[in-house]
Design a protein around this ligand. Structure first.
Ligand code: UDP
Ligand code: MG
Length: 139
């Protein structure tokens, strides 16, 4: 059965450009609730752990550098069929091909600076939440 929890991160460019409020509103308007929410600055160690599945890809080092350039906003969110419905809300990885009414379609600047992350499975959502949040930060 599909789980009710997923993990998201508003990436540095979207935070720096003042899009947090609009993005958090889109997430709420789509029916999700916040279980945990905070702003953090990623370190290279944390970014490498977070994106470990991509460690052999050509874009890995650049992506890790980028994720540490300025703060990100991270959230654990709940909703029906959370992983799949949230991936639909954020749109395709490349903002050029993301539908215009998706978060990446609206706020993504490039394939790297694509505004937002969304977990790709229930298992990864649980891992990502455990990596970023302490138990007492989740409600
Ligand atoms: N990414 C990149 N260059 C690429 C592909 C991906 O910089 O050619 C970045 C992008 O920020 C993306 C992240 O790596 O969101 C993870 O890639 P993945 O293929 O898992 O895309 P996602 O699951 O985020 O849609
Ligand atoms: Mg992915």
């Amino acid at each position: 059965m599909a789980g009710k929890i997923t993990f998201t991160m508003i990436k540095p460019n979207a935070v720096k450009n003042g899009h947090c409020g609009s993005i958090l509103h889109m997430i709420n308007a789509a029916g999700f609730c916040y279980k945990g929410l905070k702003m953090i600055k990623m370190t290279p160690g944390l970014a490498k752990k977070f994106y470990a599945v991509h460690k052999d890809r050509p874009f890995f080092n650049d992506l890790v550098d980028y994720m540490c350039t300025s703060p990100v906003v991270v959230a654990a969110i709940s909703g029906d069929n959370a992983v799949e419905s949230f991936r639909n809300l954020i749109g395709a990885t490349d903002p050029k091909t993301a539908a215009p009414d998706t978060i990446r379609g609206k706020y993504g600047e490039s394939i790297q600076m694509n505004a937002i992350h969304g977990s790709d499975s229930d298992e990864n959502a649980a891992k990502e939440i455990a990596l970023i949040f302490k138990d007492e930060e989740l409600f």
